[in-house]
Unconditional design. Structure first.
Length: 255
């Protein structure tokens, strides 16, 4: 099976004798599936499961093929055009690989990358433009902060950011003490934004970190649920201290 054969399968699914569900889909109706498949790839990568990664990448690829088939039917573009465009873009943006340029560091590559985007007409008035508003907020904050840092708007040391975190937590506590709902939301947002900045300084993607913590929480909470069920009890009948004890058991199992 190759890409051309996959494209033919998609065309058959959308044909007159194809699948009723597939034929009804539009670019807009498929957006949730595109996002979902991308996140399932991330989950498989987190689980370090090559077979799952392979399968989920296939599902994501199929969504791209699906979008291209719809565009082809509308006379807009097809898969070959997408491949041609990205191929030319990557060659133009990597003259140190496909040309005579000599960039020694990743920082030098990024400078060229932004200059090339400007030549392509992709660089807007603000360095912050072009970061999708639909990105998860933690990831979007990380990308925006990274953009700002490229032009020098940044702290010099992570210790300085930690001081800012202490300052923002103090302001959040003050808003909590005063029970000011608008201020509480604003100050909590500031705390989260600074935490993202810290993650950037230490080389941790905040979206990945939180996603892994969520997975860990689900695993440990499921342990509590199953332990309760094994003892014939409901969680609602257990005390917090009992559930905490099971939580500690779940944590110990991973060590």
């Amino acid at each position: 099976m190759n890409l051309d054969e996959l494209i033919k399968i998609m065309a058959a699914l959308r044909s007159e004798k194809g699948c009723p569900w597939d034929k009804e889909q539009t670019m807009e109706s498929l957006k949730p599936f595109l996002v979902e498949e991308a996140y399932e790839v991330l989950e498989a990568i987190d689980e370090k499961d090559p077979e799952a990664v392979k399968e989920e990448l296939g599902d994501l690829l199929f969504q791209i093929v699906f979008q291209c088939q719809i565009a082809k039917e509308k006379g807009e573009f097809e898969m070959a055009d997408v491949i041609e465009k990205i191929g030319r873009k990557m060659i133009a943006r990597h003259p140190h690989v496909f040309g005579d340029a000599d960039y020694k560091t990743a920082a030098e590559v990024l400078v060229h990358w932004e200059a090339q985007k400007k030549r392509e007409g992709k660089q807007r008035e603000s360095v912050l433009e072009g970061v999708p508003r639909t990105l998860p907020s933690l990831l979007r904050a990380h990308r925006l902060q990274d953009r700002a840092s490229r032009v020098g708007f940044d702290w010099d040391r992570v210790e300085d950011v930690m001081k800012k975190l202490d300052e923002e937590i103090g302001e959040f506590k003050n808003a909590m003490a005063k029970k000011e709902e608008v201020a509480i939301e604003e100050e909590l947002g500031d705390v989260l934004f600074v935490l993202v900045n810290i993650s950037r300084f230490i080389g941790v993607n905040p979206e990945d970190a939180l996603r892994k913590t969520i997975s860990k929480f689900i695993s440990r909470f499921r342990y509590i649920e199953m332990a309760a069920a094994d003892s014939g009890r409901k969680l609602s009948d257990m005390t917090l201290a009992e559930m905490d004890a099971l939580w500690d058991e779940a944590k110990a199992r991973k060590k």
